[in-house]
Design a protein around this ligand. Structure first.
Ligand code: PXP
Length: 260
């Protein structure tokens, strides 16, 4: 299984002080040495972590393919077309969110998406849509002619954390907190079933399938078992572990979890 390492969180640390280090560019060689298959970065409209210069330098200098995540906004598509990364993953963006909290909702955005996708594909950039695991989203992605979909695993990760990790450290609604362990176990297995079924369905319809969001050393194993998911994009948990074990070891350890 392929591993895309999302290095945004290195820039989060730098931007906390508005200084020059740590520079996400320095992560490229480490990611490659540790066996990462792809570098993933998210150029957000509010530039809260990755900056334009980071995106330019990373895309120009990376010897690994770069997956640039961005909103469907014209400004972002202009930048992507100019920088020509290997892949662009179109993601929903809300200024007030801490991170990308859900998949793209295609409804009402078909024309905007079609224009963006055509422009990117004309530049020979692979296009992926970050979607929630639903059949409608898969069908809409097929209709839009993208090469990849990436399933948002946030709900799976949240429910996993509620069941098996320290409750106080997870983000979830009060409503979810009131659910019993039996209900949480059911939701978790439903989410896994959905991911398995929809990744299979996507593959049969000609899409390549990635997944990501909230995955870590504890919860990733069940996702790795889904053979039709080719690639995972993982950021926060790898960078968090790297504080203690170093970035190279954190990637080596995650990559070992992805062996089927
Ligand atoms: N994939 C996409 C499309 C994302 O937007 C993100 C981060 O928001 C990730 C993967 C990685 O998520 P995490 O940092 O939770 O591992």
């Amino acid at each position: 299984m392929l591993l895309g390492v999302n290095i945004d969180h290195i820039a989060v640390l730098r931007e906390a002080r508005k200084v020059a280090d740590p520079d996400p560019l320095d992560a490229l060689g480490i990611c490659k040495r540790a066996g990462a298959d792809q570098i993933t970065i998210h150029l957000r409209e509010d530039r809260r972590h990755i900056q334009d210069a980071d995106a330019k330098n990373i895309i120009t200098l990376s010897s690994l393919p770069v997956n640039l995540e961005c909103a469907i906004a014209k400004e972002m598509i202009d930048i992507a077309c100019a920088l020509r990364p290997h892949r662009v993953t179109l993601v929903p963006e809300k200024r007030e969110e801490v991170t990308t909290e859900g998949g793209l909702s295609v409804e009402g955005k078909q024309t905007k998406l079609q224009v963006a996708i055509k422009r990117l594909q004309k530049e020979e950039i692979e296009v992926s849509l970050f979607i929630d695991p639903t059949l409608e989203a898969v069908k809409a992605s097929v209709a839009l002619g993208v090469e990849w979909v990436e399933f948002h695993t946030g709900k799976y990760a949240n429910v996993y954390a509620m069941l098996y990790a320290n409750l106080a450290k997870t983000h979830h609604s009060i409503k979810e907190l009131e659910l019993s362990r039996v209900e949480l176990k059911e939701i978790l297995s439903e989410e896994l079933c959905k991911l398995r079924h929809l990744s299979c369905e996507s593959m049969e319809r000609g899409l390549r399938v990635a997944a990501g969001h909230g995955l870590n050393m504890q919860n990733v194993a069940a996702i790795v078992e889904i053979e039709t998911i080719e690639e995972l994009n993982i950021g926060q948990s790898i960078v968090a572990r790297s504080v203690y074990v170093g970035l190279e070891q954190a990637i080596i350890d995650m990559k070992a979890m992805l062996i089927r």
